[in-house]
Ligand binder design. Structure first.
Ligand SMILES: [Zn+2]
Length: 113
């Protein structure tokens, strides 16, 4: 199975703080289930006392379909959908040594202006 999105693209859409929070949800088993039926990615993510129906439409433009406030009020790509996507990416990706505890460094190209 190939998921047509990368962690980098998620970060570009949602921001790195969301990706970090989403990793924490994934790593603590808060992503209850996830499925991918192109182009729709769906998941159930537990946060606090609620379970959110997360979802993303993967296409040229990322569309967030989550049931949470951030998603429907501001149209943001939220932590729930990113967490579900991370699980899928992880499952689909090559099974290399897990370097999840490595501190991430983001390199900004000097000539981005
Ligand atoms: Zn959400």
């Amino acid at each position: 199975m190939t998921v047509p999105i990368t962690e980098k693209e998620l970060a570009a859409a949602a921001g790195w703080p969301i990706v970090h929070a989403a990793r924490k949800l994934r790593d603590t088993g808060k992503v209850l289930r996830v499925s991918y039926d192109p182009p729709l990615l769906k998941g159930a993510v537990r946060m606090g006392s609620r379970t959110y129906g997360a979802g993303l439409r993967l296409g040229s433009e990322l569309e967030n379909l989550c049931s949470c406030f951030d998603s429907w009020s501001e149209g943001k790509v939220c932590v729930h959908s990113v967490a579900a996507a991370l699980v899928l990416i992880h499952e689909a990706g090559p099974k290399g040594p897990d370097c999840g505890s490595t501190v991430l460094t983001v390199t900004v190209p000097p000539s981005s202006l």
